[in-house]
Design a protein around this ligand. Structure first.
Ligand SMILES: Cc1cc2nc3c(=O)[nH]c(=O)nc-3n(C[C@H](O)[C@H](O)[C@H](O)COP(=O)(O)O)c2cc1C
Ligand code: SF4
Ligand code: SF4
Length: 259
């Protein structure tokens, strides 16, 4: 099976997940959803994976836009992994429906739980719990791959009913507000004008003015800027100065920079 896996990531969890799928599948190629040079590879593939984080209990805007670039009417085997911190809610059902509207079929969708990067609600949790999540995710990806290799069709993973009802309503309420949520970022006096935030933003939402970051209100809330700032100078709201930063331990900053 010729497989191509597209990922979108803020803090590396989805890149790590995409690579693990690729390793298990063997010979699968991994590309970023923000890399537009993918069409030739896509044509050759007979299976396509989509790996992305769950944001606000749903599919992030960037991934929703990405699927519109995929070929229509294909018989390709599409699968997805929604990488999250324990509340996948209705994300994979939403993706399946959005793909169906584009005449694409999602054959399988997996809920992969990894440490949280949503820093306004606290840090990523104790180290031993993080290690348990990595191990459980690895086991799940191995099992999922054995189904993918047989091109099985199966219902996508979903959260409990209460989650799907309450959080889907919240997703709909917050979705349009996301681009402007960057107004709550601020920097403390540790910023040394290194420019990492400008280079890491997947949507070029940050520029340095007089050596300091300015956010331009087309934010995806991936939180890469706050989580990867080498000085831990970027803050979001009042509590983040006291919270631990997080990125996946196997992903290095140079793999994340887009400029
Ligand atoms: C804006 C935002 C919203 C999030 N919403 C959810 C959510 O609804 N459910 C959940 O389980 N995790 C949520 N998370 C946590 C991430 O999905 C999770 O940490 C994921 O592994 C991050 O993947 P990445 O490192 O590839 O960006 C959210 C994270 C961010 C930044
Ligand atoms: S990454 Fe941090 S230290 Fe570097 S310019 Fe941005 S805010 Fe300043
Ligand atoms: S500004 Fe920060 S949170 Fe928003 S998209 Fe860019 S890196 Fe992600």
């Amino acid at each position: 099976m010729k497989t191509i896996i597209y990922y979108y990531t803020g803090t590396g969890n989805s890149l790590w997940t995409a690579r693990l799928f690729a390793k298990q599948i063997k010979n699968a190629k991994v590309f970023s959803m923000i890399d537009l040079k993918f069409e030739a590879e896509l044509k050759k593939a007979d299976a396509v994976g989509l790996v992305f984080p769950v944001h606000m209990w749903g599919v992030p805007n960037l991934a929703l836009h990405f699927i519109k670039k995929l070929e229509k009417h294909t018989d390709k085997y599409y699968f997805a992994a929604a990488v999250n911190a324990g509340q996948v809610s209705r994300t994979l059902i939403q993706l399946k429906n959005a793909m169906q509207a584009l005449e694409l079929k999602l054959f399988a969708g997996f809920d992969i739980v990894l440490p949280s990067n949503y820093i306004p609600w606290g840090g990523p949790g104790p180290e031993d719990e993080r290690q348990m999540l990595f191990k459980a995710a690895e086991d799940k990806i191995k099992k999922a791959t054995s189904l993918l290799l047989k091109k099985e069709t199966m219902p996508v993973d979903k959260g409990p009913l209460w989650q799907r009802i309450i959080f889907t309503a919240l997703y709909k309420l917050t979705y349009n507000m996301i681009p402007k949520m960057d107004k709550d970022f601020w920097i403390d006096n540790k910023c040394n004008s290194c420019g990492t935030c400008e280079k890491i933003c997947p949507v070029k939402n940050i520029t340095l003015t007089a050596g300091k970051p300015v956010w331009h209100h087309r934010c995806e809330q991936c939180l890469a800027c706050i989580q990867w700032c080498p000085q831990e100078s970027i803050q979001l709201g009042e509590k983040t100065p006291q919270y631990e930063r997080y990125h996946h331990p196997d992903i290095k900053i140079k793999e994340m920079l887009r400029l």
